[in-house]
Design a protein around this ligand. Structure first.
Ligand SMILES: C[S@@+](CC[C@H](N)C(=O)[O-])C[C@H]1O[C@@H](n2cnc3c(N)ncnc32)[C@H](O)[C@@H]1O
Length: 326
């Protein structure tokens, strides 16, 4: 997909103004198309909604979301996921470092009841009281931060969650083969860039499951699950509840176990993302990716990728030619 190539170039430039998270992400939000593709590579509003719904379902299950929940999304961007989650909870707050992305999120979510937005200024949730949220989540955000910032945010999340509150977040997984492939793209990109400057502050960063478990536990959370079977490490943690810590933890683990298949990224999506990376590297043609997709048995991940590739093909038909029939 052309879009990820553009994204890699953006992170490879290492301009002086890119040494600050806010300046970089504000610049991204100054153009709606760039903003959309920088959320998860979505080439259009339609694709953004599809991928937003897919991820929102996983996160809602991971958080055992219900209508009484007051929820925080850290790094809400243009509200790709928030737009889908906000209708299912009592109150949704989106926080992000970028005012321009928040502005787009506000427009995309203006049909919803009272979403609230906060522009952050540093690695802190300053302004939110202690023990305020029932649930919090952050998708595809810590991958763009230094580890010190990831840890500082985890400590802040532990502060603002109520005892017994739940947290979901994810990061790139170095231990997964496709996760490793994705990391190698960064390595190759860096090896070819002008190395006189610092590395880009918002470049993609990767971790191993053990490393993430350590940050989670040292920041004051009790880890419930660390799902590491995909290119994401999907982490579900609880803010300990002093009174009934062990009971609550066991209850949550039992409830989560029952919905694990609706939370974990499945092996089909992992394979498809692997194909996607090969297409980006020019190792397979879009038509081959298309053939693979339409030969697979249909499931949620296959459907998502089929719809996504159709949208992308429409955008690229000038260079890719007409889309193959299904
Ligand atoms: C790849 S986007 C993902 C956005 C959204 N979570 C989604 O999945 O659509 C990364 C987001 O993290 C935000 N972000 C990056 N650095 C941040 C920081 N230091 N503090 C808070 N948000 C940050 C960016 O502004 C951007 O909205």
């Amino acid at each position: 997909m052309a879009i990820l190539e553009e994204v890699l170039k953006l992170f490879g430039q290492s301009k002086k103004e890119d040494l600050c998270y806010k300046d970089f992400w504000k610049r991204i939000g100054s153009d709606a198309g760039t903003a959309m593709s920088m959320m998860d590579g979505s080439p259009s509003e339609e694709a953004c909604r599809l991928t937003g719904q897919y991820m929102a379902k996983k996160i809602s299950n991971a958080l055992l979301l219900n209508r009484e929940d007051v929820v925080l999304e850290l790094g809400c961007g243009i509200g790709r996921i928030g737009r889908e989650i906000a209708p299912s909870c009592k109150k949704w707050h989106g926080a992000d470092i970028s005012e321009t992305l928040i502005r787009i999120a506000g427009k995309r979510m203006e049909h919803l009841k009272h979403p609230e937005f906060t522009a952050l200024n540093r690695t802190s949730l300053q302004g939110f009281p202690d023990h305020f949220f029932d649930k919090a989540y952050s998708h595809a955000v810590f991958i763009h931060m230094d580890k010190e910032d990831l840890f500082l945010y985890l400590k802040e999340l532990a502060r603002v969650l109520k005892p017994g509150g739940l947290l979901y977040f994810d990061t790139w997984n170095l231990k997964n083969e496709v996760g490793w492939e994705r990391w190698m793209m960064e390595v190759e990109n860096w090896s070819q860039s002008d190395q006189k400057g610092r590395k880009h502050v918002s470049r993609n960063q990767f971790a191993t499951p053990d490393e993430i478990t350590l940050y989670v536990e040292k920041s004051g959370f009790a880890e419930l699950f660390s799902l590491s079977g995909s290119f994401w490490i999907q982490e579900i943690a609880m803010k300990p509840d002093d009174r009934e810590a062990s009971n609550r933890k066991e209850e949550l683990i039992r409830s989560l176990e029952q919905r694990m298949d609706r939370i974990a990224i499945d092996s089909t999506l992992v394979d498809l993302f692997g194909h996607h990376l090969k297409m980006l590297k020019g190792q397979i043609a879009p038509a081959e990716f298309h053939r693979t997709l339409w030969n697979l048995e249909e499931n949620e991940s296959v459907l998502l990728y089929r719809q996504w590739l159709d949208i992308l093909w429409e955008k690229n038909k000038g260079s890719w030619g007409p889309a193959p029939g299904h």
